[in-house]
Structure formats: structure tokens, C-alpha cells
Write a protein that binds this ligand. Sequence first.
Ligand code: NAD
Length: 422
Amino acid sequence: MKILVTGGSGFIGSNLVRLLIEEKGASVINLDKLTYAGNSESLADLDGNPNYLFEQIDISALGSQLSDLFQRHQPDAVMHLAAESHVDRSIDGPGEFIQTNIVGTFNLLQASLQYWRSLPSQVSALDYALGCKFQPSQETFRFLHVSTDEVYGSLTPDAPGFSETHAYDPHSPYSASKAASDHLARAWADTYGLPVLVTNCSNNYGPYQFPEKLIPVVILKCLRGEPIPVYGKGDNIRDWLYVKDHAEALYAVLSKGRVGETYNIGGNNERTNLDLVRTLCQLMDDAVRQNVDGNHEGLCPEGTTERGALGAAKEQLAPGGMTSASSAVEDQSSDSKSQVLDLKSQPSNKSFQDLITFVTDRPSHDMRYAIDSSKIRDELGWQPKEDFASGFGKTVQWYLDNQEWTKRILDGSYQLERLGNV
Ligand code: NAD
């Protein structure tokens, strides 16, 4: 199966592309503009793979690039993830969100429709007999539009999770632009018959997330010994899903979902932001303690890691060391270098939780998101494999093991600063 993935160089996209090629036997064309959030290094392991192709295209740009792309590659399906995705950035600069999330989705739907109309209605019996059952056809083509639970707005503490029929009530420029794109995708299905499916997913976490989002921010602030910002009182609740579980859910919807349907995807993993930050600090404390105890087991449950968290934490702690943490800020001013915490001199009774600092809340900050994912579970047999303990252990481990990846990002214009203050 040949799949056009948009936004494949981003956080979820790169995890999805890897899953499709390595575990689902698909070939992938990754269409990405490579904005600040897109990173070719996240897919460096696929360089030279015959089942992987990259096309640098801006979906919001006018012109024939998108139609040409469809004609050249003749995909069997589109998985549309390309978006501006950070709520705080949408507060500072909503224009890009309108262009990419709304205009870009419109352009992609139009190009998909034009391509879909050019396909044979069904795979011909002769092609099928010749083994060409993956020839694209109108009957088998799919357009999967990937969206967020933020389009539903905010829940009260005891309300049931968002179901697929929950009314839309977006509050940020990000969620409003995603809501608009969801409506466009459904309208192209209802009006033109394009075989569209929509997914709305809760907050993702895991490897390759751009370090402006909460979880990588917390881990990197710990490594730098800088205050860990928690918005408001930290009592906002999110439902956390490990990114590979999301990628598996997207594949299940693409391959088994009913055309025209929406599937909500969640982790059954609700936490307040403050609980989450404390858990991450605890995992970082454990990494330090394991070094002190000489225990090299790592943070992940048995069998899930190649190298203990200690391996990375130890580099921080090595005599004359702080090598990795200090290299993560080596191109910054001497002022910020001096803020790097010397983990070696951390009193053993100290915790990274001491770095937690409450900051002004995000404007119009939704209080609670939660997902009712019974539809995808009952119809498609999907449920998350990772729970809170295994998923967060793996994630902290990954950031400790891959500091070069974050270091190169933080060499650019973004320096973990606060965004989204009105
Ligand atoms: P991301 O910001 O990490 O990646 C977005 C990717 O889209 C980047 O590679 C970027 O270069 C690309 N892109 C941006 N503008 C583009 C344009 N004009 N043309 C082509 N490519 C462009 O985002 P993510 O967290 O991986 O999210 C992917 C999708 O999943 C988004 O649609 C988002 O709304 C949705 N989603 C994300 C989450 C989450 O927790 N991260 C949860 C639910 C849904």
C-alpha cells in the first residue's frame, strides 16, 4: 500500500511513518514543508529505504504542486497530519494556523478529490487476477484527516469523556482552525463523495516531540536545572496517549474504519498537569538515584529499553562531567550556561520537584479534556498498549538517550522560552 503522509517530519508523523514502513509493509511519501516543527533527523534511520520518499511542499501554497504530486505517486491513501499544532504559538501568531490548518487542508482536499475522480471506480478483475489488488481505485482510496480532542472544548470535572457526537466548542486559535478543517473534510465527504475518515485524539507524548510541549520542556528544564513552568495552579486535566499507540490507532482506522465515520482516540490516562510534572520529576530523580546506587536498570519496565536511563544520567554525572547537559546549551550565552544544574552536587534529599514554578495561566485555558474511545475499541479492536508507568518511563528514557536530537533543535531560534502570553 502506498500512503501519502502529510506532516511526516513532525512528532506524530515521524512515529507514524516509521510504523507504516517497518511494521505494516507500506511505502510512504512524506509531504512536509519542514517548518520549525518538522525535522528530517527524526526519520534519518529511513534514509535510503526504498519504501520512503520525501517531498518538501507547503500545503497552503497556491499552485499545481499538490496535483502533480498525486499524479506522480498515485497513492492509495492520504493520512493528513500536517498542521500548525502548538496552542501557545496560535495565540502569538494565529495567521499561520489559518493558512496551514484551514487553507492547507482545503488545498489538499481539492487535490485529493481531483485525483480520486481520475481513478477507476474499482480495481479491475484483470488487475486483481494479475495480483495488482493495490492499484488505486475510487472504491479503495481513503483520506484520513487527523485531528484533536481540543475541538470539543472543555469538560467539567465529572462529565463523561468526549464521544464522537459531542458538540464542537473550540476556544483557542489552534483548536478553532482544527475544527474548521474537520468541517471541511466532512463536507468534502458529504458533498463530493470523497472517502473521508476523521480521527480526534487526546494529548500525545513520546519520542521526537518538539521541545516546546509540556513533557520535553519538563525533562529539559530538569537537565538544565532551570525553573519548570506550570501554568496556573497546574490543575488542568489532560488524557495522555503514547504516540505509537496513536499511530497504531490511525492505521486501524485507515485499514478497517467505516468511510464517513469519526473515531475518537484516547489513552484512558487522565492526569492533572501538576501530577504529570511531578511524575516526570520523580522519574528524573530515579535516574539520578540509580546512578548513585550503581543500579543500571533504567526507567523502563524490563525488556523495553536497550540502555538504562542511567547510561544517560551518568553522562550528566560523570566526574568533570555534565557533558550532555552542558552541551545542550553550549551555544547559549554564558548567563544561561551558568543556570545548568550540577546534578552531581544535588543533595540526595533534593528532588527536581523543587524546580516547579507556577506561572501565569494560558489565556482561555481549557480545564479538562477526556476521551470516550469505546467506538474505536468496539468496532476496530484498538486499545492503547502503554499505560502511564510504561509510557512515561520510555519517554524520559528516550530524551535522556537522545540529547543530541534536542541539542540540535535548541541550537536554533527556539530556546525553551515561554510562548502564548497575551
Ligand atoms: P508537529 O507540529 O510536531 O508536526 C507538524 C508537521 O507538519 C511538521 O513536520 C511541519 O513541518 C508540518 N507542516 C506544518 N505546516 C505545513 C505546511 N503548510 N505544509 C506542509 N507541512 C507542514 O505536530 P504533531 O504534534 O505531530 O501533530 C500532527 C497532527 O496531529 C496535527 O494535525 C495535530 O493537530 C494532530 N494532533 C496532535 C496531538 C498532539 O498531542 N501532538 C493530539 C491530537 C491531534
